[in-house]
Design a protein around this ligand. Sequence first.
Ligand code: 13P
Length: 351
Amino acid sequence: MRNAFGLEQHKMNAQQLIDSARRLFAADKGLLAMDESNPTCNKRFAKLDIPQTVDARRAYRELIVTTPSLGECISGAILYDETIRQQKKDGTPFLKILVDAGIIPGIKVDTGAKDLAAHPGEKITEGLDGLRERLQEYFQMGARFAKWRAVIAIGEDIPSRSCIEANAQALARYAALCQEAGLVPVVEPEVLMNGNHTLEVCRKVTEEVLRNVFIQLNCQRVLLEGMILKPNMVLPGLTCSTQESADEVADTTMKSLWRTVPAAVPAIAFLSGGQSAELASARLNTMNHRFKTQLPWALAFSFARAIQQPALEIWRGQDINVKAAQQALVHRARCNRAARRGEYTAAMEKT
Ligand code: 13P
């Protein structure tokens, strides 16, 4: 039993979490995931012949956080441990730049997806050891939300029930620890697009994963009103010969979310998962255009590649390209804000 002080404290904490979650999805804005781990960031740099150094990563993140008008469409930015401690060339901390732009800082806190023992082809996300202390530090630094990504692959005989359950439990334990520390947990169970599976297979797997995730979240006493779900859209595998239209993707994705995500959750913010930037915007737009008035949750975005990739390809590590890259970044942010309103059109890509 909690004592009287504990109960008051708990209620205050709950209200703060609810308010923070609401602020993250106000005014049709969304999240920018710029939390690639160093190995992932280096891999993307290598493809474009950008040096894979601390300073190149710092310069790229400086380009992002200093993008003019970014705060008009982006409410929160998810950072990586290296980035949350970095500064602009002139010494201004990235955290200050974000807060001054009205962007709430968030932090990726998992330590990556590792091979799940005895389960070839499957992963378990790690990072629970010492997490309570790390979350306290990030909160003191100014972070107000956090992210943990679980990865579920589709293939022959996978995903296994044990992989789904282990990842769902880790997500729920992470989410409870976040809420204890005053951080809104972004709960990200990603069913991967890799493979030739059909839309229907992705639907079945996504529903099973989400059902398990919410069982575990409830079991660990996570306050659903103070969290954000970051799922995949329900899509056919990248190499599946049938690629459904945006309408079919929207229908199937909405059906799965309606069946599995409680109405108490304030927002669903999709990952992009390797879709092209335009497709991610078009599909989010279709869902909002057709279903927005019937939805209990905000339907938003928390994209990394679908916001950043065009900008990264323009920048290529060259100072001279910074301005054009920033324009590309803010353009994608605008397209996705329009998609939250159901007002995105292909014509926006030509402006
Ligand atoms: P993508 O939008 O590139 O899938 O990344 C989202 C993300 O944050 C993955 O954890």
